[in-house]
Design a protein around this ligand. Structure first.
Ligand code: SF4
Length: 407
C-alpha cells in the first residue's frame, strides 16, 4: 500500500526547522534509509522552473511559484548524511538558461552546505526510454541524470496551474525531459504526456512543499498558506492527497486520471495509507480554474485557433481571467489569433498570440498586436489586451515581448 504522510509545520520556519520537518515527514514513511543506501546516486529535483524572486510588476500569477530552496537543502543534506552521492538538478523553462536559474537560488551554496553537487541536466544528454503502455508516446526522451539516478527525490510545490489544474508530483517530472520534448508534450497533449512520462520516470520519494502554496488564480498575491509538508512513496498517490487538500476531486484532474489508468499509483484515498495530520485539518481550498474558451466567449471576443499548444491557450485564459470578461464590454472587436496557420479576422483588432503566428502577423501587413514569445507569458498577453482596450499605452519591460503595429 502506498504511504503518504502529512506533517504540520510552523508558519515561518527557519532553516533548521525546515530540515527537521522534512526529515520528520520522511521518517513517517520509513526514513531516508528506506529509499537509498550508501553509495547510491540520488537526484534531488525541485520545481525551479523559473528564476527565484521573479515577481513581475502588475502580475500576481508568476510570483512565489517555485520550491523553497531550504527544502532542497534539507533533502540534499538528508541523503548526503547517509552516504549517498547527491545531485541537485532541474531543467527549467525552455527559454531560460539553467545556470542563471540555479544562480538565482544560490544552488552552488546549497550544494556545498549539503555535500551535494549541482548538475545542469540539459548538458548531460538524454536517452530514449520506452513508455509502459503509453497512450500518446511509445517512447520519451529523458535526461541522463534522471535515467541514471538510483533514486529521484521529487520536491514539487503545491500549486494550481492554468493548463493542468494542479501541478505537483507528476507534473514536476517534466523537468527531467529536454526542452524539445517538453514542447512536444505541449503540442500533442500535455495531460496524456505527463501520464505517459509517469510510466518512465518514477520518483521513489516525493516531498511536497505546502508551507506556502501557489494559487495562480488568487486575486491577492498568489500565495496560499497551507502550513504542511507532505511525503509520499508514490507520486500519483501523493498527488491524490495533495488534490484533496486543495479541495479538488483527484479523479477530476485529467493527468492524474490518465496516469491512474496506466496503473502508476492510486487515486482512491481509501487505498492509500495516510499517516500523520488528517487531510481535513490542512484542507485549504484553492481557486477553481476558469475555462479559456468560455471566458473569451463571455467577453465577446473571437478566438481563432490554428495548431495551438496548451501553453498559448493557457496564457490567453489566464490573462482573460485576470482582466475579467466584463472589462471588454463596449470595447473594440478583438480577435485572438493563436497557433500555426491561424488566420486573422477582417474588421477586428487582431492580437497574434505566440511565435507561431508571426507569419500571419507579417502577412496581415503587421496590423494588430503580436505577442512574440514561445510560449507567451500571461503578462505579455494581458498587456496586449490592455493596450487593445486603450488602457495601457506606455511601454515597459514587458513590451519587449509585444510588437506593435507599424502603422
Ligand atoms: S507559440 Fe504557442 S502554439 Fe506555437 S509552439 Fe509556442 S507555445 Fe506552441
Amino acid at each position: 500500500m502506498d504511504k503518504v504522510a502529512i506533517l504540520r509545520v510552523l508558519d515561518k520556519p527557519d532553516d533548521e526547522e525546515i530540515y527537521a520537518a522534512v526529515r520528520a515527514a520522511v521518517e513517517m514513511i520509513g526514513g531516508p534509509a528506506a529509499f537509498a543506501s550508501r553509495g547510491d546516486t540520488v537526484l534531488v529535483k525541485p520545481n525551479w522552473w523559473w528564476k527565484r524572486q521573479f515577481i513581475p510588476q502588475d502580475s500576481r500569477s508568476d510570483a512565489y511559484s517555485t520550491t523553497d530552496r531550504r527544502m532542497v537543502l534539507a533533502a540534499a543534506r538528508m541523503f548526503s548524511e547517509i552516504g549517498c552521492r547527491v545531485k541537485i538538478g532541474e531543467d527549467p523553462e525552455c527559454f531560460l538558461r539553467t545556470e542563471e536559474v540555479f544562480a538565482s537560488y544560490g544552488a552552488a551554496e546549497l550544494a556545498s552546505r549539503s555535500g551535494a553537487e549541482v548538475v545542469n541536466m540539459r548538458r548531460n544528454g538524454f536517452q530514449e526510454v520506452l513508455t509502459v503502455g503509453g497512450r500518446l508516446f511509445e517512447s520519451i526522451r529523458v535526461l541522463n541524470d534522471a535515467v541514471e539516478a538510483d533514486l529521484i527525490v521529487n520536491l514539487p510545490l503545491m500549486k494550481t496551474n492554468f493548463l493542468t489544474t494542479i501541478t505537483c508530483c507528476l507534473k514536476n517530472m517534466k523537468g527531467t525531459i529536454p526542452p524539445a520534448e517538453k514542447r512536444r508534450f505541449h503540442q500533442l497533449g500535455l495531460d496524456q504526456g505527463i501520464a505517459d512520462l509517469a510510466t518512465v520516470v518514477q520518483p521513489g520519494l516525493n516531498i511536497v512543499e505546502a508551507i506556502i502554496g501557489n494559487d495562480v488564480w488568487d486575486i491577492d498575491n498568489g500565495t496560499k498558506a497551507v502550513g504542511c509538508i507532505i511525503a509520499g512513496d508514490n507520486p500519483l498517490s501523493t498527488d491524490a492527497v495533495v488534490a484533496r487538500i486543495m479541495d479538488y476531486e483527484p479523479t477530476e484532474i485529467e493527468h492524474l486520471a490518465k496516469a491512474y489508468e496506466l496503473g502508476v499509483g492510486e487515486l482512491e484515498l481509501e487505498k492509500i495509507r495516510l499517516i500523520g495530520t488528517p487531510i481535513e485539518e490542512v484542507h485549504t481550498p484553492f481557486t477553481k480554474i476558469p475555462d479559456t474558451i468560455r471566458l473569451v466567449e463571455q467577453a465577446g471576443l473571437k478566438l481563432v485557433q490554428g495548431r495551438v499548444c496548451s501553453s498559448c491557450l493557457g496564457a490567453i485564459g489566464m490573462a482573460m481571467a485576470e482582466l475579467g470578461p466584463e472589462r471588454f464590454a463596449g470595447g473594440p472587436n478583438i480577435a485572438l489569433i493563436t497557433g500555426l496557420d491561424a488566420e486573422p479576422l477582417p474588421e477586428h483588432l487582431n492580437i497574434f498570440v505566440g511565435a507561431c503566428t508571426r507569419r500571419a502577423f507579417e502577412e496581415n501587413g503587421r496590423r494588430g498586436l503580436f505577442v512574440k514569445d514561445c510560449p507567451p507569458t500571461c503578462a505579455s498577453t494581458r498587456f496586449a489586451l490592455l493596450h487593445a482596450l486603450g488602457e495601457r499605452p506606455e511601454q515597459d519591460y514587458y513590451w519587449d515581448s509585444v510588437e506593435l503595429a507599424e502603422d
